[in-house]
Ligand binder design. Sequence first.
Ligand SMILES: CCCCCCCCCC(=O)SCCNC(=O)CCNC(=O)[C@H](O)C(C)(C)COP(=O)(O)OP(=O)(O)OC[C@H]1O[C@@H](n2cnc3c(N)ncnc32)[C@H](O)[C@@H]1OP(=O)(O)O
Length: 190
Amino acid sequence: MTTPSVRRPGPASSRTTPPEGAAAPVATGPDPRHTTERMMDFQGCFGCGADAADGLRVAHRDVTGHEVRTEFTVREAHQGAPGLAHGGLLATAMDETLGSVAWHLGKRCVTGRLETDYLAPVPVGGVLHLRGWCTGVHGRKVYVEGEGRIGGPDGPVAIRAAGLFVEVPEEHFTRDRTAEARPAAAGAEG
Ligand SMILES: CCCCCCCCCC(=O)SCCNC(=O)CCNC(=O)[C@H](O)C(C)(C)COP(=O)(O)OP(=O)(O)OC[C@H]1O[C@@H](n2cnc3c(N)ncnc32)[C@H](O)[C@@H]1OP(=O)(O)O
């Protein structure tokens, strides 16, 4: 008797697949991280920032065209089950990598949607080799896919992902959101 193979579709759903008419990825300007002093000085990112004491310290290794390579070293503090990386943190490392693809294309983006498939556990002490690439651009929407491999850049795939990143103005990061963050008044409609 042959064992039926498990069907593993690609990571992208209809919401993370570029629609008909989407443009091929082309850089439309400099990386917005390098265009203002505020961004150039910013090291607080939980994904990659040197000033984020408890951050993941995802290391950006290489950019080729619309493809980015990073590495995430899994430490004890990143455990979910004993000895293994927490899936949410692996998704964060992937978010960092895929988001960076959009920024390298000159697009100041935030994550609108992130989809992940977990194919193999990632052990503490291991290095996840991540790769993200753009699959298309449609208006403000940047479509990105990625994978993370263990044991080396050509090792087995442990995680796959697809994301939709949405371009926002600089004001998205500078606006005073204090009032929005306050608890809603008692009796107010949600
Ligand atoms: C320092 C640099 C670091 C670089 C790496 C960064 C990695 C980390 C990235 C992050 O963690 S970002 C933080 C997490 N994400 C957020 O906080 C985003 C919160 N959401 C929003 O702010 C807004 O919902 C958003 C800006 C995404 C969209 O709101 P808008 O009012 O600007 O636009 P709109 O809602 O009209 O959506 C624009 C288009 O995107 C589509 N869209 C938005 N969210 C979607 C979604 N979730 N699924 C599918 N489509 C979506 C939407 O349908 C629409 O499509 P069309 O143009 O075809 O009409």
